[in-house]
Each structure stands twice: as C-alpha cells, then as structure tokens.
Ligand binder design. Structure first.
Ligand code: GDP
Ligand code: MG
Length: 162
C-alpha cells in the first residue's frame, strides 16, 4: 500500500490546486488500492522516485450543517485513512474561525499533520504566516500551490519520515 496524503482545509484555500499540481491531474485507479473509500478524489503522484496517493477533499468548515456536513464527513474519513494530513490555510485570507475548528479536530487525531500556508506568492509569507503559529502545529510550511513555490520543500519534509 502506498502512503496516503490527505489535503484538508476549508473551501477555497487551494486544496484542488495542490492536488492537480501533485498528481498532474492523473486520477488514480481507486480499484487498485483496496481499503480506500471510493467517493473521494484520489490521485497518484510521484516525487523523486517515491510514489504516493493524494486525496482531495471537498472542504471542511469546522462548524458543519446541511450540505457542508456531508462534505465535512468526507474530509473526516479522508483524515482517518491518511498516513499524513496536509492542513491548508490561506495566507491572504488570514486565520479564520473555520481554520481554528479544523485545527481542533486534527489535534485530537493521532496523525502527523502539517500546517500548509498557501498563496504566499506576491506577499511576505513570514509575516502573513505569523498568526497561523497560534494553531500550535510543529510543522508549518509556506507554499504557492498555483505556482509551485515551496512544493518540493514540502514534499521533502512530508515524505522523508514515511
Ligand atoms: P479548494 O476549494 O481548497 O480546492 O481551492 P482551489 O484549489 O479551488 O483554489 C481556490 C482559489 O484559490 C482558486 O481561484 C485558485 O486559483 C486560488 N489559488 C490556489 N492556490 C493559489 C496560490 O498559490 N496563489 C494564489 N494567489 N491563488 C491560489
Ligand atoms: Mg477543491
């Protein structure tokens, strides 16, 4: 079984952009990976000879009801079946209550999670990331998924221990 990396975060933070970059939009044949649930979006990716599975999720707001609840349920299951979780936040939007809700959920899971501050293109990533340290993650990475900046450093950190 290949390592599974789940992308979670509230809507619009750039999860699908990162998914497409990592997988080059190649959809995995889910049937080849027993144990993975079928109704999330999986892609196969490789980086420096390492193969892994990336899971895109619809988004999670941390305070779910109605249609968001079904989407959030998918995200929670994706977290469950992943080896590593990449928790994306938006550097331009700053820290939101939804981010805090997701962080609280992740903290209760016994799972390696990286806080990934996205959209640092054209802004001062360090100062825009400062607020996010309050979420209490020991791993914080800065990327611009749309441009690829920081993505290889992210993969170096994430894949090394798994
Ligand atoms: P998702 O809802 O988390 O899957 O977010 P998407 O991947 O659909 O991206 C939401 C919006 O953010 C889109 O308009 C993307 O083009 C934009 N976006 C994603 N990554 C970046 C980035 O690195 N920099 C900037 N400036 N915009 C980005
Ligand atoms: Mg998306």
């Amino acid at each position: 079984m290949l390592p599974v990396i789940a992308l979670v975060g509230r809507p619009n933070v750039g999860k699908s952009t990162l998914f497409n970059r990592l997988t080059h939009s190649r959809d995995a044949l889910v049937a080849d990976y027993p144990g993975l649930t079928r109704d999330r979006k999986y892609g196969q990716a490789s980086y420096e000879q390492r193969q892994f599975i990336v899971v895109d999720t619809g988004g999670i707001s941390g305070d779910e009801d109605g249609i968001d609840a079904a989407m959030a349920e998918q995200s929670l299951l994706a977290i469950d079946e992943a080896h590593v979780v990449l928790f994306l936040v938006d550097a331009r939007a700053g820290l939101t209550p939804a981010d805090v809700g997701i962080a609280n959920h992740l903290r209760k899971q016994n799972k390696t999670a990286y806080l990934v501050v996205n959209k640092i293109d054209g802004i001062d990533g360090d100062s825009e990331s400062a607020d996010f340290y309050s979420l209490g993650f020991s791993h914080l990475m800065q990327i611009a998924a749309a441009h690829g900046r920081g993505v290889s450093q992210l993969l170096d950190s994430v894949l090394d221990p798994i």
